[in-house]
Write a protein that binds this ligand. Structure first.
Ligand code: FAQ
Length: 314
């Protein structure tokens, strides 16, 4: 009996390996190794949590947007982020995860969300800089995930990336408008760029030689590029955009390497990254407290909707 089960398991593993080797997709009903499933749940849950927590820094400006047009754009963007969280939780559910349980793990700080959302938004220029730099980094990281080996995750990423492109452009357009404005507005943009540049580089995760998950995730085709490769791609993409805007990136070592045509940049403060990821960034407590309140204060909605659905299916 055991021998038969073993043979079957090895056949399944072989089929899984061949699917990955041929760059085909793994789908929810397919057999997959437990470690592959766990890694996907970890990454997709962190990604979903980032989208949901990521509504807060910009959401803080919804009632203080400088015009009706800016308010409508920002509202649409923040709602998009909620939608991204929902697709991603749905993708995690196809792996057997439970959405309410994932939310509890976020609130109990047992699961992570992106470090970037633990910084405050001090002026409206931060809304533009989040669109330009943070959504820009998200696109750079997520476009390759459209080819991720797990079908539901890859397909969710296609729509997410299209929407992130709109987000990036609205941020750039807002900053362009401010840079054509008063000296005070230009100074606000520069100040926001100074505060968000380094945290945006940290979004790509620890350097490759300190990234415990990268090698296996790349072998499984979940990640397509390493953290450092994507970070470099982002810098190369963003430096010319900064020149168009007329802002300085706060890195005296930033320079084009003529031989590689890539930008060299200064050292990243990984101690700051570790502080933020371990829960001690400027806004970690505020973000989690607000997420907890949203869960608890709105529990009655979930209860009512669940009771209504149960009644109808009966
Ligand atoms: N922050 O071994 P690695 C967005 C953790 S969405 C916090 O390199 P991996 C849209 C990592 O989880 C932004 N933790 O890990 C938006 C691991 O911890 P664990 C989110 C981080 O998974 C815009 C440990 O460090 N995007 O911005 C971070 O291979 C505007 C070791 O790291 C995604 O989630 C970090 N920055 O690579 C919304 C994209 N980096 O679990 C609103 C999908 C690493 O072992 C407004 N995710 N860690 O305890 C990925 O591509 C990968 O998961 C990486 C990390 C690249 C983030």
């Amino acid at each position: 009996m055991t021998a038969v089960a073993d043979v079957r398991e090895s056949d399944l593993q072989e089929y899984f390996d061949a699917t990955i080797a041929h760059d085909r997709r793994i789908e929810p009903r397919d057999w997959m190794p437990e470690a592959y499933r766990k890694t996907l749940v970890r990454q997709i849950a962190q990604h979903a949590h980032s989208e949901i927590i990521g509504m807060q820094p910009e959401g803080d400006w919804l009632l203080a947007a400088p015009s009706l047009r800016r308010k409508a754009i920002l509202l649409a963007k923040v709602q998009d982020e909620a939608g991204h969280g929902m697709y991603l939780y749905a993708a995690a559910e196809t792996l057997g995860a439970d959405r309410a349980d994932l939310t509890d793990k976020l609130i109990e700080r047992k699961q992570k969300y992106s470090s970037i959302f633990n910084y405050p938004t001090l002026t409206y220029a931060d809304v533009g800089v989040i669109g330009w730099l943070v959504d820009g980094a998200a696109i750079c990281n997520q476009v390759p995930l459209c080819r991720s080996s797990y079908g539901p995750y890859a397909r969710a990423m296609i729509r997410v990336c299209k929407e992130e492109s709109f987000h990036q452009r609205q941020g750039f357009e807002l900053l362009m408008t401010m840079m054509r404005g008063t000296e005070g507005q230009q100074a606000m943009v520069q100040d926001a760029v100074d505060r968000w540049w380094w945290p945006s580089l940290m979004m790509f995760g620890p350097p490759d030689d300190d990234s415990p998950n990268s090698a296996q995730s790349m072998a499984w085709g979940i990640k397509r590029h390493s953290n450092d490769e994507l970070r470099q791609r982002y810098v190369d993409m963003t430096v010319p955009q900064a020149a168009v805007l007329g802002v300085q990136l706060p890195d005296p070592e930033l320079a084009l390497d003529e031989s590689t045509r890539r930008y060299r940049f200064g050292p990243i403060d990984w101690s700051e990254f570790k502080q933020v990821v371990s829960g001690h960034g400027p806004c970690n407590d505020e973000r989690i407290t607000r997420r907890r309140a949203a869960r608890d204060d709105n529990a009655w909605v979930l209860e009512a909707a669940t009771a209504y659905a149960a009644k109808h299916s009966a």
